[in-house]
Ligand binder design. Structure first.
Ligand code: WQD
Length: 359
């Protein structure tokens, strides 16, 4: 059970029957799936997105799936004036903050762009929230904040250190939140550390639509299966794992989205008895799957062939990492329920219906 002392002098203006949530980056892959689960859970959603790495078609389809129109503002979290206007217009219970850059390799090449968008952007958003007395915040963090030497399953008490500017930017925001809640105990902040989000909404209408050649495994597999790419290069087959290929904790994006709803519900529950302070929580399945295991599961569950070739390790990759999912189960009452087969089938359903994504 959570042993934090709860601040009882919570003056946070967000009364409990206010269900309106600002979702920054809500047109993106995880953001759009989360909007659907938020609406299904009875929350009202307003989406704020600069469309730098997403397509407005995704929002249209999100509205179709949710059966509800979603107010949308095209804007950048660095645009403080516009953010103030949005907070003047809407009385938010809280914010789920997805907006940010997330390509590890690109962050090494362009660190300033990543620190500006991911750290400065979050600071601007937090300052606007503070000015409008909105102090409930769910942050899209990443398991990448954990130090490489940590052994799996990794729990939230593990050491943190990062080798890429992307990971550093996520870690810096966590430090900012930890300091913020000490300075102002009215804040309730939850940093959700994602392992490897994959899959798509079962309707096949929305899904992962990376620009250019995918960096990540599952979209690459799906594009090989649909014939957009020739074959999968498996980076490394000499890792100390069950079959020599890299092991990760893949989690279905719908489970991940439901984890965000659970985090908001936790904050809401605390609104009556005081704020939550800062909580970091893993969103993973607690199980590891190797590259070869995922390829095999994809082929069997979709009846598609995935041609592959074993190649050299990718610099920066590690043998295995997967999460300990116990804190989410205890504190959020949430656990991942969808399986690797669901992840493969839903990825394929989306890809086969949308060979060129939203374009
Ligand atoms: C998974 C496995 C690869 C592609 C990254 C980010 C992390 C998070 C999730 C944002 C590894 C292997 C991959 C390919 C392969 N993103 N692979 N061929 O690297 O675990 O995590 O995405 O928060 O921050 O680092 O995910 O999907 O790139 O790789 O063999 O073409 O698949 O070596 O073992 P990763 P991934």
């Amino acid at each position: 059970m959570n042993n934090k002392t709860i601040n009882t002098s919570n003056q946070n203006s967000n009364n409990n029957n206010n269900n309106k949530i600002l979702v920054t980056g809500g047109v993106g892959y995880i953001g759009s799936h989360t909007c659907i689960e938020l609406i299904a859970a009875g929350y009202d959603v307003v989406v704020y997105d600069n469309l730098s790495n997403s397509n407005l078609e995704a929002l249209k389809r999100t509205e179709q799936i949710a059966g509800k129109s979603i107010p949308f503002i095209e804007g950048d979290v660095l645009d403080k004036q516009l953010l103030h206007q949005v907070f003047d217009e809407h009385d938010f219970f809280g914010v789920i903050h997805f907006a940010g850059l997330k390509a590890v390799g690109e962050s090494v090449a362009e660190p300033l762009k990543y620190y500006k968008n991911n750290v400065t952007g979050t600071l601007e958003l937090l300052e606007v929230m503070q000015a409008h007395n909105v102090k409930n915040f769910v942050f899209s963090s990443s398991a990448t904040v954990y130090a490489e030497e940590e052994t799996s399953p990794i729990d939230e008490s593990a050491g943190r250190s990062c080798t890429s500017p992307y990971g550093q930017s996520k870690l810096m925001v966590e430090y900012i939140l930890e300091d913020l809640v000490v300075s102002d105990p009215e804040w309730s902040t939850v940093s959700l550390r994602y392992f490897n989000p994959v899959g798509a909404h079962p309707s096949g209408m929305i899904g992962e639509d990376p620009r250019g050649v995918p960096n990540n495994l599952m979209p690459y597999i799906s594009q090989v299966a649909v014939g957009k790419l020739d074959k999968l290069k498996i980076f490394g087959s000499d890792y100390k794992t069950i079959d020599g290929t890299g092991v990760r904790d893949y989690i279905h994006v719908v489970d991940l989205a439901r984890g965000h709803v659970a985090a908001l519900n936790l904050i809401k529950k605390h609104t009556n008895i005081g704020s939550l302070g800062f909580e970091a929580i893993n969103l993973g399945t607690g199980k590891g799957t190797s590259v070869l295991q995922l390829v095999k599961a994809f082929e069997i569950s979709t009846q598609q062939v995935v041609r592959f070739q074993l190649t050299e390790r990718r610099p920066g990759d590690i043998d295995a990492y997967y999460g300990n999912a116990e804190k989410a189960r205890q504190l959020l009452g949430w656990q991942a329920e969808l399986t690797i087969v669901d992840m493969c089938k839903d990825s394929w359903h989306w890809q086969s219906l949308n060979p060129n994504g939203y374009r």
